[in-house]
Ligand binder design. Structure first.
Ligand code: ATP
Ligand code: HSE
Length: 312
């Protein structure tokens, strides 16, 4: 294979109560990468479309190529060369797993181009390195689901222990991105390092309840469990109109509503596409009342993760 074009999906990390341990993939948006083999060794970024010139062109500093360099190191292929074109289809600092989608698209496409020397799960530690470059934290709750699809749980980081759980087919996500930027690094910096026993107990109950609710298709349990008493109360101040937008979503029938990843995007889960669309409309209108533009995406939970769009 000399050429490949691949897509990797955006993701919702944390999913309310599961800070750094829960995430799921959505159908769109997502980043697209094109790799073209070249005679000379080394990886070069030929262009990045859609980033308004903001992302580094240096392969050692861009999430899409850092992961490729790490994979080539691991495979001991110093002579391999390719050109990289990145289509950046989502805003930076969005809370939709922007850097993760780039990292997954890059490492997945390269692995395909090389004839799949590693499994998807084996690619995960490389994709995590992209997050470390992007925001200084090697969390896996965006790259995990973007790479594996579906709803992913990171049970442990050291050693890395990741598994997927089934979700109801009728479960839909509404993802609303207000036109503001929140840096993941900053949104992590403001978090407290200690948690009270009371909050830890409450959060553990919700984590267990959300997993059971998703696996048993128990929508009432899902709804009761989409509560975050640790992170959301601290980060909500970074999102103007957070409480009003959440209330609007719940009034339209959302099962739950919280911050997507580090924000500013907000997400909801709903039973059925119609409800998810109605919820999205209400959230958008509430942001608009405060003079904030937003973009809404409604999709089922993406089960496939990254995919090849074209190759030859
Ligand atoms: N290919 C890339 N795509 C996006 N961001 C990148 C990329 N490569 C490096 N970065 C850097 O990562 C930072 C953005 O990452 P950040 O984690 O804040 O945003 P995000 O991925 O949208 O957020 P979140 O992880 O909360 O969804 C920017 O500083 C950007 O320069
Ligand atoms: N779990 C990470 C996700 C960042 O998208 C955080 O909330 O900081």
């Amino acid at each position: 294979m000399d050429y490949i074009k691949a897509f990797a999906p955006a993701t919702v990390a944390n999913v309310a109560c599961g800070f750094d341990i829960f995430g799921f993939a959505v159908d769109e948006p997502g980043d697209v990468v094109e790799l073209r083999r070249r005679e000379q060794p080394g990886i070069v970024i030929t262009d990045i479309l859609g980033d308004e010139g903001r992302l580094p062109r240096d392969p050692a500093r861009n999430a899409v190529t850092v992961v490729m360099l790490r994979l080539l190191d691991h495979l001991k292929m110093p002579d391999f060369g390719c050109e990289v074109l990145l289509h950046k289809n989502m805003p930076l600092g969005s809370g939709m797993g922007s850097s993760a989608a780039s990292a997954v698209a890059g490492v997945f496409a390269l692995n395909e181009l090389l004839g799949q020397p590693l499994t998807r799960k084996q690619l995960l530690p490389f994709a995590i390195e992209g997050e470390r470059i992007a925001c200084g934290s090697a969390h896996a709750d965006n790259v995990g689901p973007s790479l594996m699809g579906g709803f992913v749980v990171i049970r442990s980081y050291q050693p890395l222990d990741v598994f997927s759980i089934p979700v109801p087919a009728e479960l839909y996500c509404t993802l609303v991105h207000p036109d503001i930027e929140v840096n993941t690094k900053d949104a992590r910096f403001i978090l407290r390092n200690e948690v009270s026993l009371k909050n830890a107990i409450s959060q553990m109950g919700n984590v267990a309840g959300l997993i059971a609710g998703l696996m048993q298709e128990d929508y009432a349990l899902i709804s009761r469990s989409m509560v975050d008493v640790i992170i959301e109360p601290v980060r909500a101040i970074l999102i103007p109109e957070f409480n009003e937008v959440k209330q609007a979503a719940m009034e339209q029938g959302a099962l739950g509503c919280s911050i997507s990843g580090a924000g500013p995007s907000m997400f909801t889960l709903s039973k059925g596409k119609e409800t998810a669309e109605r919820v999205g409309q209400a959230m958008k209108e509430t942001f608009a009342l405060a003079g904030i533009d937003s973009v809404t995406h409604v999709s089922a939970i993406n089960q496939g993760g990254p995919r090849v769009l074209e190759s030859w």
